[in-house]
Design a protein around this ligand. Structure first.
Ligand code: 16G
Ligand code: MG
Length: 550
C-alpha cells in the first residue's frame, strides 16, 4: 500500500505547503536552519517524517523542536529528537533532507514510500509525537504547519508550547521511559523543575550560598524558563538576577547578547553593566549553551567557556567518584578541535583524565562520551553535559558505604545524576552544576579561572566558491581535501611557538572556518590570517581576502 492510499488527505495537505522552487535544504549538524519564511514546507514534511520514525520504533514518542538557537530572530529551524532524548539517528537525517527537497508532491510521496520500504515500516503502527518551540515570532505558524503534517498521517500529537530545547529532550525521554526501570521523571516542565531543584537542594544543603548570579538570557526562551525554575528552587538556595529577558521586542533575540555573542566577541553582552567581582553567565537563544564570565579589578574581561566548565566538572566528579569508593569507574572527557590547547593539557596532565577528540557537533561528542563510565563532554562554545552509564548508576545503588564520608559522596553522586540532563547539553542544568561545584569549593569565578590560562585563539571565516571541497579527517584536525592544503597549513603552523591551526567547512553557514591558537595574541592572529589567506588563495576565495596583518 502506498502512503497516499493509506492517508488520502496527505496529498491535499501537502498542497497547502508547497516547496519553494529554488531552495535546497539540508538537515545539518543541528537540523534544518534558515530564514523562517522558507521553512513552511520543510516543517510540514518533517512532521510526516517524525510520524514515520515513531511508527518505525513501535509508536515510541518522537520529539520535534522548532528553534534556531543562537541565530538571529528572523531565522528558524527544526530538529527531531529520538526516544531517549538523543539526536535523530544519522541515517534518518538523510531522509529528512530528501523529503525536504522533493520538488513536487508526486516526488514527495515517492520519497515517503521509499523510506517506508527501506525501513519496513508498518503503517498500521501508532505514531506519537510531541513538539515545542522557542520564543521566535515565526514559531506559531511553523507549529501549525507541523501539526498539519502530523495530522495528515494521523499521528497522535501534542503541543508542549514554549520550552527550551533541553526541556523538550527531557520530556521525550520521560514519556518513553514511564513505568520502566529507567523512568526519567514527570514528563512536564513542572516535573523538570522539580527534579532539578530537588537534586540541587541535596547538593548544596548546609553550604554557604554564593553571591547572586547575573544570567543573560539572550532575550530568548531561557528567560521565562529560568524564572519558573527560580520560583521552584527558591531564592534561599539560588539567587539569580535575570537579564536580557525581552522576548517581546522584534529582533532582540540573540542581538548583541547571549552565549554565542559573548564567546565569539570575548566581551560581556549589551544590556548588562558588568562590575568587578560580579558573577555573570549567558545562555543562548534556546538555552542549551552556557558560558560564565567576570571582570577583574582592572576591568579586564575573562571568559569561562565550555572548556573551563568541562575542567571544573571533571575535577569535581573525579574526586567524588574517589570519595565514593567506586574503584574501577573511569571518568573521561570529550572535546573537539576547538578546545583550547591549555584545557586539553589541563585535563590530560593535571587532572589526568582521558581526553577524546571528536568532530564538531553535539551528536559526535555525545556518542563518544557514552564510551566512558562517566563521560564529561563540552564544546568550547558552551554546549555539553555529563553522561552517567548504566554501570555507574548500578554501582551507585549497589555500593554499601563504610563511612559517613563515603555515604555522603554516594548521595551526592546520585543527586548529580538527577540534576545533570542526560539527554543533551542544557544551560539551566549546567548552570546548576557549576553553582554546586563553586558552592562546595566556595570559589569565586576568578578562583575557578586559575585552573589554567587559555592560549590566545582566533576564528576567521573565509567565503569560498564551494566549501564542499573541504573534507576533514582526524576529528576535523586535518584536511584531506583540497589536496596539498594541509601541507601548506602545517608549514604556516611550524613557524609559531605553541601554534595550532585547522580548517573545516561550517555545518551551519556557507563559509569555511579557520581556527588558530599560539603563544601570544599577536602570533595567534598572524597565524589565523596566514592560514585564512592560504585558504582564500588556493581554494576559491570570494570577496575580500581575509587580512588583518598580512
Ligand atoms: C551546531 C551544533 C554545535 C556546533 C555548531 C558548529 C548541535 C546541536 N549544534 O550549532 O554542536 O558546535 O553547530 O557550527 O549539534 P559550524 O559547523 O557552523 O561551525
Ligand atoms: Mg542552542
Amino acid at each position: 500500500m502506498t502512503v497516499a492510499t493509506r492517508y488520502p488527505s496527505l496529498v491535499e495537505a501537502a498542497e497547502r505547503h508547497p516547496k519553494p522552487a529554488d531552495v535546497t535544504y539540508a538537515y545539518g549538524t543541528a537540523g534544518f536552519r534558515m530564514k523562517a519564511n522558507l521553512l513552511d514546507s520543510v516543517i510540514f514534511r518533517a512532521g510526516v517524517l517524525a510520524a514515520l520514525r515513531s511508527k518505525k520504533l513501535d509508536g515510541k514518542t518522537i520529539g520535534v523542536m522548532i528553534t534556531a538557537s543562537h541565530n538571529p530572530a528572523q531565522d528558524n529551524g527544526i530538529k527531531l529528537v529520538d526516544p531517549m532524548g538523543e539526536m535523530l539517528e544519522q541515517t534518518w537525517e538523510a531522509y529528512a533532507s530528501q523529503l525536504a527537497n522533493a520538488p513536487t508532491i508526486e516526488e514527495l510521496l515517492a520519497v515517503v514510500d521509499r523510506v517506508i520500504a527501506a525501513n519496513k515500516i508498518d503503517l498500521s503502527k501508532p505514531a506519537n509525537v510531541v513538539y515545542a518551540r522557542d520564543t521566535r515570532p515565526s514559531g506559531p505558524a511553523l507549529v501549525a504547519a507541523l501539526a498539519d503534517g502530523l495530522s495528515a498521517v494521523q499521528a497522535q500529537h501534542r503541543d508542549e508550547g514554549i520550552l527550551t530545547t533541553p526541556q523538550l529532550h527531557y520530556i521525550v525521554r520521560c514519556l518513553n521511559t514511564q513505568g520502566t526501570p529507567e523512568a526519567y521523571g514527570e514528563p512536564s516542565a513542572a516535573g523538570y523543575y522539580k527534579k532539578l531543584a530537588d537534586a540541587y537542594h541535596k547538593l548544596v544543603n548546609g553550604k554557604t550560598r554564593l553571591s547572586p548570579l547575573h544570567v543573560d538570557c539572550a532575550n530568548g526562551v531561557g528567560a521565562p524558563k529560568i524564572r519558573e525554575f527560580a520560583q521552584v528552587v527558591g531564592e534561599a538556595a539560588l539567587a539569580l538576577i535575570v537579564t536580557n529577558d525581552d522576548t517581546e521586542t522584534e529582533g532582540s533575540l540573540n542581538y548583541q547578547c547571549g552565549a554565542d555573542y559573548v564567546k565569539v566577541n570575548q566581551h560581556g553582552p549589551h544590556g548588562v553593566e558588568m562590575q568587578p567581582n560580579g558573577r555573570y553567565a549567558s545562555l543562548d537563544g534556546d538555552a542549551d549553551r552556557l558560558v560564565y564570565y567576570y571582570m577583574d579589578n582592572d576591568r579586564v574581561f575573562h571568559l569561562l567557556d565550555g572548556d573551563k566548565i568541562a575542567g571544573l566538572a571533571a575535577m569535581f566528579i573525579k574526586d567524588l567518584v574517589t570519595a565514593a569508593g567506586l574503584e574501577g569507574i573511569n571518568v573521561g572527557t570529550v572535546q573537539t578541535a576547538y578546545a583550547n590547547g591549555s584545557s586539553t593539557n589541563y585535563l590530560t596532565n593535571i587532572l589526568q583524565v582521558p581526553v577524546s577528540c571528536t568532530q564538531t557537533g553535539v551528536k559526535h561528542l555525545h556518542h563518544e562520551a557514552e564510551k566512558y563510565d562517566v563521560g564529561v563532554y563540552f564544546e568550547a562554545n558552551g554546549h555539553g553535559t555529563v553522561l552517567f552509564s548504566p554501570v555507574v548508576l548500578q554501582a551507585i545503588s549497589d555500593t554499601v558505604s563504610r563511612t559517613p564520608a563515603q555515604a555522603l559522596a554516594i548521595a551526592q553522586l546520585r543527586a548529580l545524576t538527577d540534576m545533570i540532563n542526560q539527554t543533551v547539553g542544557d544551560a539551566i542544568s549546567d548552570l546548576l552544576l557549576v553553582e554546586v561545584i563553586l558552592t562546595h569549593k566556595q570559589w569565586t569565578l576568578s578562583q575557578w579561572d586559575q585552573a589554567y590560562t587559555d592560549l590566545p585563539s582566533r576564528l576567521v571565516r573565509v567565503v569560498v566558491k564551494d566549501r564542499n571541497i573541504f573534507r576533514t579527517i582526524n576529528a576535523d584536525r586535518q584536511l584531506e581535501s583540497p589536496a596539498g592544503m594541509q601541507a601548506l597549513i602545517d608549514g604556516a603552523v611550524a613557524k609559531f611557538a605553541n601554534g595550532r591551526s585547522f580548517v573545516r567547512p561550517s555545518g551551519t553557514e556557507d563559509v569555511v572556518r579557520v581556527y588558530a591558537e599560539a603563544a601570544t595574541r599577536h602570533e595567534c592572529d598572524e597565524l589565523a590570517f596566514r592560514v585564512a589567506g592560504l585558504v582564500f588563495d588556493n581554494a576559491g576565495g570570494l570577496g575580500d581576502r581575509p587580512a588583518e596583518f598580512l
